[in-house]
Design a protein around this ligand. Structure first.
Ligand SMILES: C[S@@+](CC[C@H](N)C(=O)[O-])C[C@H]1O[C@@H](n2cnc3c(N)ncnc32)[C@H](O)[C@@H]1O
Length: 296
């Protein structure tokens, strides 16, 4: 049985989180969630070029019923709410701090038809066929059992309903990480991003895996589009260093080395990022899959 996950107000009920997703729930209720809340605006800016592509692909109508999977602080839930003024949006996420932020954002925007639920999208009790659209911006790569999760999400869609999500392509194609990693590598131990396919940001980097998972889950007309976009990471090199080194992953790397080595690592990172400074700030390339499908 799952031990649940420790949230800001105590552990999530064990039946709300699949046993295999407990570690993710802990991370997103801990340092990762706090980072994503604190840097919400910064992260929205990072995704500024990708988000409109996702929203366009989702095909939301004025009266659509939309599910936002791993909605986090609600950026795409609010966008969906604006696209479906006569419909409804449910954002589901494991992270209490991020959901609290999402609720605050929806209230401030006056979007009362955008609501949020705390839970594990892999097992959350959605009514069958309750949604016309299921979307996700980088929230579907963390499932311990993606087969079960996508099957579960297919059932939540009405027949013919649309799935649209973004996930990262291979790490080596994503300069927004390889550039910082290359700069830091001489000074710190780079993180282990897990075995191929293991839950994490790159679990769905392989096109054939996505196609097989979705086909097996009952989706049809699966389509993958490679998006290659510049990603803004800061107004200048110092701003970008501050945002990137505040990431829990970077904090962990830097905490394992002494002060002097840490300072040299930060300086190397700053130099590497300064080389990517343009008129609008520091930008690095990113590579994502835009995936669409419909429930058969
Ligand atoms: C990379 S963040 C993206 C957040 C948000 N979609 C955005 O673009 O700002 C991944 C999100 O997925 C959520 N998540 C991970 N596994 C989940 C699961 N099994 N059920 C629901 N949410 C999950 C995390 O809590 C986190 O908020």
């Amino acid at each position: 049985m799952s031990q649940g996950a420790t949230g800001a107000d105590g552990p999530l009920p064990p039946d709300e989180v699949a046993a295999g997703n407990t570690a993710q729930a802990q991370a997103w209720n801990g340092a990762d969630g706090q980072y994503w809340v604190r840097y919400r605006e910064n992260l929205e800016e990072r995704y500024r070029r990708l988000t409109p592509r996702l929203m366009a692909a989702a095909g939301i109508r004025a009266d659509s019923r939309v599910l936002d999977v791993g909605c986090g602080s609600g950026g795409t839930s609010l966008a969906a709410g604006r696209a479906a003024p006569e419909g409804s949006v449910l954002g589901v996420d494991l992270s209490r701090p991020m959901l609290a932020e999402a609720r605050q954002q929806a209230a401030a925007a006056g979007l009362s038809h955008v609501t949020f639920a705390e839970g594990d999208a892999q097992i959350h009790r959605f009514a069958d066929g309750a949604f016309d659209v299921v979307l996700s911006r980088f929230g579907v790569m963390f499932f311990d059992d993606p087969r079960a999760a996508f099957h579960h999400l297919a059932r939540a869609l009405r027949p013919g309903g649309r799935l649209a999500f973004l996930c990262w392509r291979e790490l080596r194609e994503n300069a927004y990480l390889t550039v910082p990693f290359a700069a830091l590598a001489p000074y710190v131990q780079l993180p282990d991003l897990g075995a191929p396919g293991a839950p994490g940001p790159f679990s769905l980097d392989a096109a054939d895996r996505i196609t097989a998972l979705l086909g097996g889950a009952g989706f049809e007309k699966v389509s993958l589009t490679a998006l290659d976009e510049p990603m803004w990471v800061g107004t200048d090199a110092d701003d970008a260093v501050a945002a990137l080194t505040a990431m829990p992953m970077a904090q962990e790397m830097l905490s394992e080395v002494g002060e002097e080595t840490g300072a040299r690592a930060r300086a190397a990172l700053r130099d590497a990022l300064a080389a990517h400074q343009g008129p609008d700030g520091v930008t690095l390339g990113c590579a994502a899959w835009l995936v669409t499908a419909r429930r058969g």
